[in-house]
Design a protein around this ligand. Structure first.
Ligand code: PLP
Length: 367
């Protein structure tokens, strides 16, 4: 049974209310100036605002993301040819595979991976290959062990959902080298790019020499700014891949509602305190989890998740049914996730504390 159905079934049974640490929906809304930019634009009774927006996104929005890449990540990108505006990165990561992989090609996913990567692979009729990650080296990819023949696309994701590892030295250069040797396109999922802890600075794949020749990066407005429901993101980097994505946007969609794009410009170019505050909030919650769980928690360097090793005979099913706690089962993230679970920090502090108490109670019953 799928997780949602199991959670609904458990919720319908007698007992304490469920504590849900299984989902990853930002729990802090966007800053006020971003909401105001949306409403200001939506309140304009003009045909331009409410008609079809330019299919490739507002020029000012593409310039705003290019400016962010220059000022925040030290990367110059051309807003005309190296930026595609997309309605969230979730659809883009599916569509990128459709744009690149032919039936029978292989798409390499880091193991463990964000489960939505598998959708594009299935729709393209491609083969799913696994790229081993080394937990002892910050979940760095083992390109030396990877399949090389017929690989069309390689996904990377740092900071990672679900492991919460930030990128380490040598990972991006290894990816560029692998792409040059195999002809594969690299897709770096930077959805949690700004949510890094302990004084780290966000590290973009595109800052790696040669990266834009071989791949793209996905930047999402969902996590940095709490705009997950608004559906806005970008594909940045390789001009050929960006052009393919832009053509696809032209043919499949008819632009994104202008007020959402205006709000995106306000978020990217306006005050940035909220981004730092958001990362600090998740870092504080991470600290509470690590204090409670100690070595069960893998090193959590960013995102709003903690990757937890389930001791001995624990299962997420038992935590759900006996202790009424929802965690995302590790096996949903790939074969290496067996025996692990993902805990979400995107919940209010009291809910997080209640969840940690239930884990402590489970530890007592397991002795
Ligand atoms: C790793 C990762 N990539 C991409 C996404 C999709 O983000 P969005 O479609 O909101 O941009 C998510 C959302 O949870 C995610 O966890």
């Amino acid at each position: 049974m799928r997780l949602l159905a199991r959670v609904q079934a458990a919720a319908a049974t007698e007992g304490e209310p469920l504590i849900d640490l299984g989902r990853g929906n930002p729990d802090v809304p966007p800053p006020l100036h971003v909401i105001e930019a949306l409403t200001r634009s939506a309140n304009e009774r003009s045909a331009r605002v409410h008609g079809y927006a330019p299919f490739s996104g507002l020029t000012d929005l593409r310039r705003a993301i290019a400016e962010r890449y220059a000022t925040h990540y030290g990367v110059e990108v051309d807003p005309e040819s190296e930026v595609a505006v997309v309605p969230g990165t979730k659809s883009a990561l599916v569509e990128l595979v459709l744009c690149v992989a032919e039936r029978g090609d292989t798409v390499l996913l880091p193991d463990p991976y964000y489960p939505d990567y598998t959708s594009g692979v299935a729709l393209a009729g491609a083969n799913l290959g696994l790229l081993q990650l080394d937990p002892a080296r910050g979940y760095a990819p083992r390109f030396d062990l990877a399949e090389r023949d017929g690989v069309a696309v390689v996904f990377l994701n740092y900071p990672s959902n679900p492991t919460a590892a930030a990128v380490g030295d040598g990972t991006f250069s290894g990816a560029v080298e692998f792409a040059r040797a195999t002809g594969a396109a690299i897709v770096h999922d930077f959805a949690y790019g700004d949510l890094v802890f302990d004084g780290r600075t966000p590290r973009s794949f595109l800052a790696e020499p040669g990266a834009r020749e071989v791949g793209v990066e996905l930047f999402s407005m969902s996590k940095s700014f709490g705009m997950a429901g608004w559906r806005l993101g970008f594909v940045v980097g390789n001009a050929d891949l960006v052009a393919r994505m832009t053509v696809l946007q032209d043919h499949v969609r008819a632009g994104i509602f202008e007020p959402v794009q205006r709000a995106g410009i306000a978020a990217l170019t306006g005050p940035q305190e909220s981004v730092r505050e958001r990362a600090e909030l998740y870092q504080r919650r991470r600290d509470r989890v690590v204090a409670a769980l100690g070595e069960l928690a893998a090193p959590c360097e960013g995102t709003f998740y903690v990757w937890i090793r389930l001791p001995g005979d624990w299962t997420t099913e038992e935590l759900l049914v006996r202790h009424r706690l929802v965690l995302a089962p590790g096996e949903g993230f790939g074969p290496s996730g067996r025996g692990w679970a993902r805990l979400s920090l995107a919940v209010p502090d009291d809910v997080l504390d209640a969840g940690l108490e239930r884990i402590a109670a489970a530890a007592t019953t397991h002795g």
